[in-house]
Design a binder for this molecule. Structure first.
Ligand code: NDP
Ligand code: 13P
Length: 304
């Protein structure tokens, strides 16, 4: 919706019925209700129409990215693919760019991430994002191509840092939601957010990310948004856990699979990721929120 102001954009959906409905209503009622789809946005159920474009933005949940790439590999190979997913794949432990590179090595992969609710961008509210691309020239070209009047992109070549910032902030948002849902208060949330950020930075450094990337939009920026906004699905999922309520399991909550993927990596590599591991156990129901809080408070005292 935002990019259609820069020139023609093709929106692809796998569902012919959904495409027909969006064309007829001029709205994506299922995914983005209340937003008029602009005339510059062409809607197609044929992925070849999208693949004819210079740049493709892949906006599917992280755990669905492999299936998308596998189903459409020949069409997507050798294209410029910008992943919009935030997460770590279960099983492989890969982030979105690393996954694209492992399946389609000929594709030119990049990542668009940072604090942004889809609804805010579509309503043309001011938003700043990180465009991560290992190739600096290609990153600069994508930055120019994907910046709009309300959407300001910063660029980095630190793809690992940008991937991890976007992935781990969802895990911390679940923890913060659970803390508020359990009635622990804003001071406890501030402590969790800060110690969660320390955990995120430690893990990212272990994976070779640059510290300044995590201090930027994809790390601190997205962590702040997601841990404090009721509009976040990850935060709301945490709230439901804390309140002992059920949550719509059709809703995309990226932090659950990411916490489980990272807990597996932490266990295999002997890493200490206490909040992430607690979120993984919480999501499986093998630990209560009260138990998590007691465990975190009773860890050995240490330097900050
Ligand atoms: N929503 C937001 O505000 C933001 C989301 N993100 C990230 O974007 C990613 C996607 O999230 P979001 O759009 O909200 O998720 P949603 O659950 O709202 O939508 C997922 C979309 O992916 C499509 N999809 C799923 N599997 C496939 C597949 N195998 N092939 C083709 N299409 C598929 C779905 O199609 P169908 O309708 O046919 O099921 C649907 O259109 C996540 O990683 C999220 O963290 C990042 C920033 C903001
Ligand atoms: O990534 C997002 C905001 O930057 C969207 O967060 P949720 O997936 O928690 O809704």
């Amino acid at each position: 919706v935002s990019l259609a102001g820069n020139g023609p954009v093709t929106l692809w959906t796998r569902s012919p019925d959904h495409a027909a409905e969006m064309r007829q209503r001029g709205e994506n009622a299922a995914r983005l209700p209340g937003i008029a789809l602009p005339p510059g946005l062409r809607i197609s159920e044929d992925i070849r129409a999208a693949a004819a474009c210079d740049t493709l933005l892949l906006a599917v949940p992280m755990q669905k990215l492999r299936a998308l790439l596998a189903a459409h590999g020949p069409v997507l190979a050798e294209r410029s693919l910008v992943a919009c997913c935030k997460g770590i794949e279960l099983g492989s432990g890969l982030g979105p760019v690393a996954l694209i590179q492992s399946i389609l090595p000929e594709a030119r992969a990049a990542l668009l991430t940072g604090p942004s609710f889809a609804d805010d961008i579509a309503r043309e509210l001011p938003t700043a994002l990180t465009l991560a691309c290992a190739d600096p020239d290609r990153g600069a070209a994508l930055q120019r191509q994907l910046t709009t009047g309300n959407l300001r992109l910063y660029r980095t070549t630190d793809v690992t840092g940008a991937e991890l910032g976007g992935a781990l902030k969802n895990v911390m948002a679940i923890a913060c939601g659970a803390c508020i849902g359990q009635g622990m208060g804003d001071s406890a949330r501030a402590a969790l957010l800060t110690r969660g950020f320390a955990e995120l930075q430690r893990y990212a450094a272990h994976r070779g990310a640059r510290p300044e990337t995590l201090m930027g939009l994809s790390g601190l920026g997205d962590l702040t948004l997601t841990c404090t906004s009721d509009l976040s699905r990850n935060y709301r999922y945490g709230l439901a856990l804390g309140r002992g309520e059920t949550f719509d399991d059709a809703m995309t909550v990226e932090g659950v699979a990411t916490a489980r993927a990272l807990a597996e990596i932490a266990s295999a590599d002997g890493l200490d990721l206490p909040i992430t591991t607690a979120v993984a156990r919480l999501s499986r129901g093998s630990l209560s929120v009260a138990d998590v809080i007691a465990e975190l408070l009773n860890r050995p005292l240490k330097e900050e």
